[in-house]
Design a binder for this molecule. Sequence first.
Ligand code: MF3
Ligand code: CO
Ligand code: CO
Length: 290
Amino acid sequence: MNNKSKINRNAPCWCGSQKKYKQCHFEFDETLKSLSLQGYPIPNRSLIKTKEDLAGIKKSCQLTKQILDDLNTIIKPGITTNEIDQWVYETTIKHNAIPAPLNYKGFPKSICTSINEVVCHGIPEDRVLIEGDILNVDVTCIINGYYGDSCRMYPIGKISEKASHLINITKECLEESIKNLKPFDPINKIGDTISEIAARESYSVVKIFGGHGTGKKFHEDPFVFHYKKREKLMICAPGMVFTIEPMINEGNADCIILEDNWTAVTKDNSLSAQWEHTVYVNEDSIEILT
Ligand code: MF3
Ligand code: CO
Ligand code: CO
């Protein structure tokens, strides 16, 4: 028995709550211990957010959500993705926040804008959006060092029936994967839900990108697979914050990264859609923060 891992039941909890361990994370640790014995990776304590962390993350998620809401009135045929980027940059700064993508690993803009066959990480440019395009805008704000990450689809004017169906099904993938997930489920549950819905529609799930833990870093553990994995994946323990952000292709799942080293497109040039939320694993439910 390793003494270091054994806290006295009456000692203060390791989470910093000032409560006694037995009245705080004792049962939590017992549950994780038994899941670990069943072969599931369990989160490191650094992934369990404090109350202060959660409050900070909620604030940045709120701004991200507000920006995505407001984009509905701004995005229309004739606008360029650079103009959308500029608007998001100014709005973010006005709220004393920082656009996380700007200069992140050399990314040159404040948002990702992914049009039609672009899967994700499209770079805003002078291309004019035209009726029938489908656009994904991915916004991440940082406030007081905390990240809030979310993306949505924006139809440009009137779009085709099949584009609209792809957008709706991708949204369903995200929403159902959240509804089906419970605290202490493994991450596998997310990919299982998404794969089943995509397969039902003969769509494919992009494999080379996933969701991610987030908080004081843009990307942290766990990696959130959006497709079925046979291996046991990390347990979603109360206190964790991560994104779910399925990318669904009309055709094949394969992607190509363009010369700019960012823009991911479908290999077969078929349409792709994506929706993303940041979620918090609460005691008895999954809470959407964006
Ligand atoms: N917001 C994206 C995500 O959901 C990451 C974009 S990284 C960037 O994880 F550099 F391309 F902005
Ligand atoms: Co993300
Ligand atoms: Co994002």
